[in-house]
Design a protein around this ligand. Structure first.
Ligand SMILES: NC(=O)c1ccc[n+]([C@@H]2O[C@H](COP(=O)([O-])OP(=O)(O)OC[C@H]3O[C@@H](n4cnc5c(N)ncnc54)[C@H](OP(=O)(O)O)[C@@H]3O)[C@@H](O)[C@H]2O)c1
Length: 349
C-alpha cells in the first residue's frame, strides 16, 4: 500500500478504544488520525483524557492527538467504534449516513437485517448486505459489525464443525474476564475472590448472534442457522481472556480425531489473502490436559487465535471442549480491524 488510509476511533478512551489505539499504532495499512469520545474528553489531548492501561506505552504522537466529539466531521474514511451501547446506535448511523465506513463493536446494529455481523473466516459473503444497507438507507457509507466477545470464540469453533458435520445443539458456559466489562468496569470488591453468575444481556447475545454468523445468505437476507444454543455466562477474576466450556450435538457422526483435524486445518479468507491481522491458523488445538488457560495462552497469535482444548466425548450430547480467546483483541478491536482489512483488500473501501 503506497499511502496509509486515515482512520478514527470512536470511544477511543475505553477498554476497546484503547485496544484499537494500541493495535492501530503499528498498523501497516491504517494511520490513526482521529480520536473521539464523550464531551467529558473533548478539549483534552488523548493522553490527558485517557487512563491508559495497556501493556505497551502510549506512543507520544498519539498522546498529543486532540480529542474530538463523536460527530461525523472527522478527517478519515474509516471509523472504528468502541462506543458504549447507550450512544453507539445513533452515532454510528450518523457516521454511515455521512459516508464513513463504520466498524462497530456495539450491540445496537448487529441484528439489523441489512447489517453484516461478520467473522471474515466464516461468513465474509454476508458483507454483500452492505449493498442492501446502502439502497435501504442511502449514502455511500455503511456499518459492519463484529460479534459480542464470547460469541466470537464460540462461532469460530463451531463454524468449521457446522460446515463439515452440521451442528444440532450447543450448550455453553462462559468464564469471562473483567476487561470485558469495560473500564473501570466491575468494582474490585465485587470480583476479587468471586464469581458473578450474571452478565446483563450476554446470554441472549450468544444465543442469537452465533446463529446469525453461521446463518446462510439467501438473496439479500440471512437465514439463521437452525440449531439451538443454550448459554450461561459468568464474570470471573481474570484480567483478559474469555474461557468457554462447550458441549455439542452434531447432525452427522464424527470421531474425536475428525473433529480435531477439522478445527486444526481450518483456514478462511483472511488467511488466504494474508491480511495483516489474520492469525496464520485461526483455531489452535491444544493437547495438554490442562489447557487452554488465560494466563498462558491468551496472547497466542498476538491475541487473534481461538484456542480449543480438552476435546472429548460428552455423555449427554456428543462432544465437549474448552475454548479461549482474547476478548478485547480477537473478541473486539482486532476483529473489527480484520473486517476493515478484508474490505480494503477487496477494494470495497
Ligand atoms: N470490553 C470488551 O471486551 C468488549 C468486547 C466486545 C464488545 N464490546 C463492546 O464495545 C463497546 C465499548 O466497550 P468498552 O468495554 O470499551 O467500554 P468502556 O471502557 O466503558 O468505554 C466506553 C467508551 O464510550 C465513550 N462514551 C461514553 N458515553 C459517550 C457519549 N455520550 N458520547 C460519546 N462517547 C461516549 C467513552 O468515552 P469517555 O471516556 O469520554 O467517557 C469511552 O471511550 C461496548 O458497546 C461493548 O459492549 C466490549
Amino acid at each position: 500500500m503506497k499511502e496509509k488510509i486515515k482512520v478514527g476511533v470512536l470511544g477511543a478512551t475505553g477498554a476497546v478504544g484503547q485496544k484499537f489505539v494500541q493495535l492501530l499504532a503499528k498498523h501497516p495499512w491504517f494511520e490513526l488520525a482521529e480520536v473521539a469520545a464523550s464531551e467529558r474528553s473533548v478539549g483534552k489531548t488523548y493522553g490527558e483524557a485517557t487512563r491508559w492501561f495497556q501493556n505497551t506505552p502510549l506512543p507520544e504522537h498519539i498522546g498529543r492527538l486532540p480529542m474530538k466529539p463523536c460527530r461525523a466531521a472527522l478527517d478519515c474514511r474509516i471509523v472504528f467504534s468502541g462506543l458504549d451501547a447507550a450512544v453507539a446506535g445513533e452515532v454510528e448511523a450518523e457516521f454511515a449516513a455521512a459516508g464513513y465506513a463504520v466498524f462497530s463493536n456495539a450491540r445496537n446494529h448487529r441484528l439489523a437485517d441489512d447489517v453484516p455481523l461478520v467473522i471474515p473466516e466464516l461468513n465474509a459473503d454476508h458483507l454483500t448486505l452492505i449493498e442492501r444497507q446502502r439502497s435501504k438507507r442511502g449514502g455511500s457509507g455503511f456499518i459492519v459489525t463484529n460479534s459480542n466477545c464470547s460469541t466470537m470464540f464460540l462461532a469460530m469453533a463451531l463454524g468449521p464443525l457446522h460446515q463439515a458435520f452440521g451442528v444440532e445443539k450447543v450448550f455453553v458456559v462462559t468464564m469471562q474476564a473483567i476487561s470485558g466489562a469495560g473500564y473501570p468496569g466491575v468494582a474490585s470488591l465485587d470480583i476479587l475472590g468471586n464469581v458473578i453468575p450474571f452478565i446483563s444481556g450476554e446470554e441472549e447475545k450468544i444465543e442469537i448472534e452465533t446463529r446469525k454468523i453461521l446463518g446462510r445468505l439467501t438473496g439479500d437476507r440471512i437465514e439463521l442457522a437452525d440449531f439451538a444454543v443454550s448459554a450461561q455466562t459468568n464474570r470471573v477474576p481474570v484480567e483478559d481472556g474469555h474461557t468457554e466450556c462447550v458441549s455439542l450435538k452434531l447432525k452427522k457422526p464424527a470421531s474425536i480425531a475428525a473433529i480435531k483435524t477439522c478445527l486444526q486445518n481450518f483456514r478462511g479468507l483472511p488467511q488466504k489473502l494474508e491480511l495483516p491481522s489474520a492469525p496464520p491458523q485461526p483455531i489452535l488445538v491444544l493437547d495438554e490436559l490442562d489447557r487452554p488457560q488465560p494466563k498462558r495462552d491468551v496472547m497466542a497469535a498476538n491475541g487473534m487465535a481461538t484456542l480449543v482444548g480438552r476435546i472429548r466425548p460428552c455423555p449427554i450430547l456428543d462432544f465437549r471442549f474448552v475454548i479461549l480467546g482474547h476478548n478485547t483483541i480477537r473478541g473486539a478491536a482486532g476483529a473489527s480491524i480484520l473486517n476493515a482489512e478484508l474490505l480494503v483488500a477487496q477494494k470495497k473501501i
